[in-house]
Design a protein around this ligand. Sequence first.
Ligand code: AMP
Length: 394
Amino acid sequence: MHILIINAGSSSIKFQLILMPSEKVICSGMVERIGSNNSVLTYKSDKTNIKETKSILTHKNGLQNIVDILLDKTVGAIKNTNQIAAVGHRVVHGGKYFVGTTLITNEVKEKINELAPLAPLHNPHNLEGILIAEELFSEAKQIAIFDTAFHRTIPEIASKYAIPSTFYDKHGLQLYGFHGTSHKYVSEKAISYLNKDDSKIISIHLGNGCSATAIVEGKSIDHSLGFAPANGLIMGSRSGDIDHSIIFYLVNKLGYNLDDVNKLLTKESGMLGLTGYNDLRDIQLEAEKGNIECILALEMNAYRIKKYIGAYTAAMNGLDAIIFTAGIGENSQVLRKLVCSDMDYLDIRLDDKKNKIISNSLREINVNDSKIKILVIPTNEELEIAIQVFEKLS
Ligand code: AMP
């Protein structure tokens, strides 16, 4: 079964064509900078690796470009759009409605639209991707996979905020959680590696966005991002946890309006705000050269993660493994070492040599005699979507 995975963002569409059940990636790529005359189309398969700069002004035009290259006589992967059995769409916010993989109907589209105020940067583009894919792949089943779905198991004790209940009951103000597809994928890999169905795991996704999830018996029971993807860990340009009275101070004393505050906390804060650099590789290089701001930012970042490990170990009353995943988690031996230093009280003890091994497969980096496993597990959200779509249709 050919499954096309689409992840439509504000100015980009990422795609992968995956053959199931063999899990073979036939081709992948993306259209970036949609809306400009310098849009970039990349396309990779066993046969070719293409990067073209061209004018792609709309998402429809972007997806049409993807279809054209998929059908291309020389480099294409399919002969006819009918070969695509299903299109799996990443949708960021499923609110309270969606607990799992969902066949897209008119009602589902209405709900995705209704939830747009909760994810204004994502849901409208996800919906647009669905509408265009319905036209271009009219024979295919259209399936939605929600980032929030994995976290629907979080109990009220953790998902409610301590504000009057009417905001929870009537307005849906609660923790929803994000990065669910990634946390589900890596935690399932960990459970089968540990061979323990009732494992207590902390999954730490460190990429552009960062989050930690407490997982018991494969189910999310708490998570660091909240109502929006803003809370918790220090991210590339997002502050994570902050005392909300700072917002009132910014508005009442420093003359910020709410849009300015939002921009400050989501686009100008985090590692970028602390150091002037967004990419952790640059921050690590600067830290090596002795840049004090960068050294402190790395330590602050690791300290915040440590606090979540402590909190979730207490919440789960135990711990079997922590997982590092995504761009930073999989690649930054520096941050992993900072996080796992001075954690021997919890029996989290890193093996320095194993931490330095570069690999793109699941690996254990704790010392041999520690009870708590420290795992590095490459995430693969596209494959997880393909697996879920295939299961839904089988
Ligand atoms: P993601 O959102 O999972 O694609 O992660 C992107 C982030 O991973 C980038 O912003 C980088 O900061 C980080 N990253 C990627 N490769 C490395 C590396 N080799 N060392 C440290 N950080 C990395």
